[in-house]
Design a protein around this ligand. Structure first.
Ligand SMILES: Cc1ncc(COP(=O)(O)O)c(C=O)c1O
Length: 375
């Protein structure tokens, strides 16, 4: 085991292979560091992998979400129902369109959007539902599809943490109208920074493609079709993503190893809860290993993470949900802090453990033992 007296066990780390060096060197050798064939191939391979006809790379998961919303026509004063417990990129992407994110509480056991709470938040201004397949577990999509049909709403799938995940045999990202992936450094596949919009709609794909590239004119390049953005992913970044894609199954198997080891070690400790995996998650791919505490654990989450940090074990607390963000509460005046009690409970009691792909089994056992000692 790496001697943890000197070495921190980080929440995540990256392990790169010779393939990344080969592809990046190819960009350097050919001088195609801006746009080039790696962008096209990454879009082609990754969109095919998630069963979508179109893939449009972007500079981040945040810009992918923004493009997805824009391409669906979400605009001023529209409302989008969003899973409360998520990265604020989801809420911000909606806000960038002049629209308003409305938080939907999560299911306490799975941490995913509680789909039974969607309908009560629908009104005339509601235009879309943004589901977030959080931490590699899919949202229960059948009820979401049914509601979207009934009220004529669009569905945006945030798949930032769910590369390759399947709901009832269907790849996430291909179920709603549009999906958005992140390739940030801590994601399953990474470009350092990057993202991708995926869709089976030609219209949405064309709109996203144009908007991401400053909406240059089709006849006269410099007479623009719309107010566009520069969200172009560089070739050199796409080369990193494409290289990792060539061994994605190996990355998945490492994630499985980490999940199974932690689960076996921690599942019988009183007061430690592991988020549930539902039967509809036909392919669950852990992004990071989460736990939450119930009342029977002798110390609080904050005390526990402090004690782990004293042992050089890094952890990360659960998201502060949309309904707790003062900046959003003040701006819209449409929701309150206490609106999503389950998301609030997880915010106070949930956290994740070191889950980088290079973590050894001995390190996982060490982290688990330290938790056990405090239980
Ligand atoms: C669920 C979720 N959505 C969106 C994002 C934003 O992605 P990015 O950091 O690539 O902008 C993240 C985090 O990185 C995320 O975890």
């Amino acid at each position: 085991m790496k001697d943890n007296k000197y070495k921190k066990i980080p929440v995540f780390d990256i392990s790169l292979s010779e393939k990344e060096k080969e592809f990046v060197n190819d960009c350097l050798n050919t001088s195609f560091i801006g746009q080039g064939s790696y962008v096209k191939n990454f879009e082609k391979e990754f969109s095919k992998f998630v069963n979508c006809e179109y893939g449009i790379t972007t500079t981040s998961g945040t810009t992918a979400l923004h493009l997805a919303c824009k391409a669906l026509g979400i605009g001023k004063d529209d409302q989008v129902l969003v899973s409360s417990s998520t990265n604020m990129a989801c809420a911000f992407a909606v806000d960038y369109c002049g629209a308003i994110p409305i938080p939907i509480d999560i299911d306490k056991e799975t941490w995913q959007m509680d789909v039974s709470k969607i309908e009560e938040k629908i009104n005339k201004k509601t235009k879309a539902i943004m589901v977030v397949h959080l931490f590699g577990h899919p949202v229960d999509m059948d009820p979401v599809l049914k509601i979207s049909k009934k009220y004529n709403l669009k569905i945006i799938e945030d798949c930032a943490e769910a590369h390759g995940v399947e709901y009832k045999g269907k790849k996430v990202g291909s179920i709603g109208d549009v999906g958005a992936f992140s390739f940030f450094a801590n994601k399953t596949i990474t470009c350092g920074e990057g993202g991708m919009v995926v869709t089976n709609s030609k219209e949405v794909a064309e709109k996203a493609k144009s908007l991401k590239n400053l909406s240059y004119g089709k006849v006269n390049k410099f007479i623009h079709d719309d107010i566009g953005f520069n969200y172009r992913l560089p070739n050199i970044s796409a080369a990193l993503g494409l290289a990792q894609f060539t061994y994605i199954e190996k990355i998945f198997s490492e994630k499985k190893r980490i999940y199974n080891r932690y689960k076996k070690n921690l599942e019988n400790i009183r007061g430690i809860k592991i988020p549930a995996i539902r039967e509809w998650a036909t392919k669950y791919i852990m992004w990071v290993f989460n736990v939450y505490l119930d009342q029977s654990f002798p110390i609080t989450r904050d005390e526990l993470v402090k004690r782990l940090s004293e042992k050089n074990i890094e952890t990360r607390n659960a998201f502060v949900p949309i309904n707790k963000q003062t900046i959003l509460i003040k701006k819209y005046g449409l929701f309150k802090e206490k609106d999503c009690p389950n998301a609030n409970y997880i915010m106070e009691n949930g956290f994740y453990l070191p889950s980088g792909n290079t973590i050894t089994n001995e390190e996982i056992d060490f982290v688990s033992e330290e938790i056990k000692k405090l239980s």
